[in-house]
Design a protein around this ligand. Structure first.
Ligand code: AP5
Length: 216
């Protein structure tokens, strides 16, 4: 099964995609994580993306489509994938349609994570991640069981994203509203759009996603 998790910054796409990947074996394809890996490696693409990501604007479509096209072609994606952060523009959605057609794959569901905008900045500003294994946490909503120690790998080293601040969130939200939100009618017209309540507790959001997937 191939799905898209669609929602604004901080909606919980990454949190739920990681859980699905662990439980169901579908592959999480996070374009944000891919860009951060490129930036960390100092690649030409990473250098090109750095300033754009820091500003909260969107990276050009051609770069993102190339990244996803290469990734979807990898053998592990044959068992199904979860797109997390892609597509984000109509051009990306159309390019995705074309690449799925070309490879004989199908988009089964697009799951909209519905959230109150007021909650998003708190979610994003409080987020931190284990620097070693990438497990995600939150100052208020998901603290490690032992303060300062990763539940998953025991590391004591954590990082915060430079774009996770209130100022950059304004630009990220504006980009979401102008460029990504129009994808909702695009997928509704295709008959693949479902909604879950992204304001619920993380376990409840996950339960709703599993219910939607079971109905696909
Ligand atoms: P990206 O990394 O994709 O960021 P994003 O879409 O802004 O999404 P986030 O990662 O901020 O949020 P999320 O929905 O995954 O939430 P999470 O689960 O972490 O993109 C970063 C940048 O890269 C973009 O701004 C752009 O520049 C560029 N980019 C990426 N893809 C692109 C593309 N396709 N085209 C162009 N440019 C692109 O949750 C957030 C926090 O809330 C966590 O701490 C979590 O613990 C907590 N939380 C989660 N769920 C709940 C809940 N139910 N209740 C309480 N807390 C919760």
């Amino acid at each position: 099964m191939n799905i898209i998790l669609l929602g604004p910054p901080g909606a919980g796409k990454g949190t739920q995609a990681q859980r699905l990947q662990n439980d169901v074996g579908m592959v999480q394809l996070s374009t944000g994580d891919m860009l951060r890996a490129e930036m960390k490696s100092g690649s030409a693409l990473g250098e090109q993306a750095k300033g754009i990501v820091a500003s909260g604007k969107l990276v050009p479509d051609a770069l993102m489509v190339g990244l996803i096209e290469n990734r979807i072609a990898q053998p592990d994606c044959a068992k199904g994938f979860i797109l997390d952060g892609f597509p984000r523009t109509e051009a990306q959605a159309k390019a995705l349609d074309t690449m799925l057609d070309k490879t004989g794959k199908k988009l089964d569901q697009v799951i909209e994570m519905v959230v109150d905008e007021a909650a998003l900045t708190e979610r994003v500003v409080g987020r931190f991640t284990c620097a070693k294994c990438g497990a995600g946490y939150h100052d208020r909503f998901k603290r490690p069981k032992v303060d300062g120690v990763c539940d998953v790998c025991g590391s004591t080293d954590f990082t915060r994203r430079p774009d996770d601040n209130a100022e950059t969130m304004k630009t990220r939200m504006a980009a979401y509203r102008a460029q990504t939100e129009p994808l909702l009618p695009y997928y509704r017209a295709k008959g693949v759009l479902k909604k879950v309540d992204g304001m619920a507790e993380m376990d409840e959001v996950y339960r709703q996603i599993r219910t939607v997937l079971a109905e696909a």
